[in-house]
Design a protein around this ligand. Structure first.
Ligand code: B12
Ligand code: SF4
Length: 483
């Protein structure tokens, strides 16, 4: 981890009744400042901001709040604030600590919140004056009162069941830099216990529901048709989901969210999803390896099963974005090629490929501790192999994952999928939405210069490199000179 100098503890000095509060969303790796770039500015992938909007929404009006998203703007280090709040994911934790260090050295108290600080509070306490564990509800209001009275404590516990309808001050964001600000959630958490998941760790495998009427009221206030439910598993509680979706049918929205593939067997649920305007779902298929699925106690499904399930979702006008994970112990060098061909075979529309990452405070982290070789939290963004894989090198795992992404979003594959979307049932939105996302992912491949290679044909890869070298102008010049 980055070495950050510990500043002296901030004295609990009275900060006044009308505070100037800065809330920061730090960014890591390629994402920092991406909004200023011309070729790929990441806008399609900026949509939520729910964490900091919620904290801002819970702040009494007498205080002034500024929100800074490091993907699009610089942190105003020279401005004077009375309190700074910073969001943390594991991948952004180092940056959050650096920012915190800066403000604390200036005697400004800093509060850390979000998933990493919530699950690793002792670490976060070293780099801050207070940590909010879990959702901001209840905790943030108590904390502000304590700052006002000069009595800030080190830890505040949020209340996941304490969510109340609040007004999200979206005017605090630079609207033009976000694809949509129509993000919300109906449920918090997930009842499953996947060993690598911090959502399950954060919400202790519980799911909390908002009142249906409350969600409907919020959606009525959204501009335009598009809605993103940032829920981790919207369909997990079937009855709740059906009553929510029936209630939003009259709003005539188009929405996307996350769900599990089992819904393909539930015609009633699929019909309500279609009627309420569902155009796409993120579904974590994770792996097609029988061994890996068995290791995770998951039922092994045949390619024909996946194909049938995805075809069914397509027949309801619902597109499938699939989460794919590489790096399980049973993954060998040929996993990349076979997965790519399987993704084409079963008809997935969009993919998000990740490298298995043992996030701190998950059961996977404990199980893998001895094999972790990279302890830089910035690399815990699912794009690096931070541990030694069982059947390939770390370089191969990273390169193979990038190769799959690059191949999946190759223009000829996007065009092929586009023809499929054109003949698929569903509204115009269900054709434009995947095309738009595919092009955005292609932009990401180019903008972030993803290369990769297929480790199963490593000798081909070396051969390609030799051919490339041989055809290079320098090589040709050398050859001509020698001749
Ligand atoms: C939408 C989303 C995104 C969006 C927007 C993120 C955002 N911050 O707005 C985008 C696409 C940009 C994104 C990017 C990434 N994401 Co993301 N994302 C999510 C998702 C699905 C929902 C987040 C959300 O809006 N939740 C609803 C809000 C209301 O809840 P919340 O975030 O927990 O916030 C509450 C509390 O935590 C607390 N809180 C939060 N911040 C603060 C700050 C202060 C000061 C205080 C007091 C309280 C507080 O109060 C909030 C309100 O109650 C989550 C899954 C999840 N359920 O958390 C993953 C998740 C957070 N993302 C994750 C990851 C890994 C990433 C990436 C690193 C890699 C990737 N997958 O692309 C990148 C990072 C890019 C970067 N910034 O550099 C992981 C984080 C795991 C971890 N331990 O770090 C998660 C948990 C997904 C997962 N299942 O693994 N993400
Ligand atoms: S189903 Fe998804 S959200 Fe739920 S525990 Fe597993 S990975 Fe996490």
């Amino acid at each position: 981890m980055t070495k950050v100098q510990f500043p002296k503890a901030i004295k609990n000095t009275y900060k006044g009744e009308n505070m100037k509060i800065l809330l920061v969303l730090p960014a890591c790796g390629n994402w920092r400042g991406v909004g200023k770039k011309k070729l790929f500015n990441g806008k399609t992938f900026r949509f939520s901001m729910l964490p900091l909007l919620t904290v801002a929404g819970l702040t009494p009006k007498k205080h002034t709040v500024t929100i800074v998203d490091e993907q699009i703007e610089d942190i105003p280090f020279d401005e004077k604030f009375d309190l700074v709040g910073i969001n943390t994911m594991t991948a952004t934790a180092n940056r959050a600590y650096e920012i915190s260090d800066y403000f604390r050295n200036d005697n400004v108290p800093v509060v850390l919140g979000g998933v990493h600080a919530s699950l690793n509070p002792e670490e976060a306490k070293h780099y801050s004056d207070a940590v909010v564990i879990g959702p901001a509800y209840d905790a943030w209001q108590r904390l502000l009162k304590d700052v006002e009275s000069g009595n800030l404590k080190k830890e505040y516990q949020g209340n996941p069941a304490g969510t109340k309808p609040i007004h999200l001050p979206k005017h605090l964001l630079k609207r033009s830099q976000y694809i949509s600000l129509n993000a919300t959630y109906a449920t918090l958490g997930c009842k499953n216990k996947c060993s690598y998941c911090t959502v399950s760790a954060m919400y202790k495998s519980c799911q909390y529901h908002r009142k249906v009427e409350e969600v409907v009221e919020e959606l009525k206030g959204f501009e335009g048709k598009f809605v993103l439910f940032a829920d981790d598993n919207l369909t997990q509680d079937r009855d709740y989901c059906i009553s929510l979706l029936k209630a939003i049918i009259p709003l005539k929205k188009k929405w996307v969210s996350q769900a599990s593939l089992e819904i393909a067997d539930d015609n009633e649920l699929l019909q309500v999803m279609k009627d309420s305007g569902c155009v796409g779902l993120f579904i974590g298929l994770e792996t097609f390896s029988e061994e890996s699925l068995k290791q995770q106690n998951k039922t092994v499904k045949s390619p024909a099963h996946y194909k049938k399930a995805i075809k069914k979702l397509h027949s309801y006008g619902i597109l499938v974005e699939s989460g794919i994970v590489f790096g399980f112990d049973s993954d060998r060098k040929d996993v990349f090629r076979s997965t790519l061909s399987m993704l084409g075979e079963i008809g997935v529309d969009i993919i998000q490929a990740s490298i298995l990452t043992p996030l701190p405070a998950t059961p996977l982290f404990d199980a893998m501790r001895e094999r972790i070789v990279d302890w830089n939290w910035e690399h815990y963004d699912f794009k690096y192999a931070v541990f030694n894989p069982a059947n390939m090198s770390r370089e191969d795992l990273k390169a193979g994952t990038e190769w799959v992404v690059k191949q999946f979003y190759a223009p000829q594959r996007i065009i092929k999928r586009f023809f499929r979307w054109c003949v698929m049932p569903g509204s115009l939105a269900s054709k434009i939405y995947p095309l738009f996302l595919n092009i955005a992912y292609l932009g990401r491949v180019i903008g972030f210069k993803l290369q990769g290679y297929d480790p199963s044909t490593e000798s081909d890869h070396v051969f390609d490199k030799l051919v490339e070298m041989k055809n290079s102008p320098q090589h040709r010049r050398m050859y001509e000179e020698a001749a």
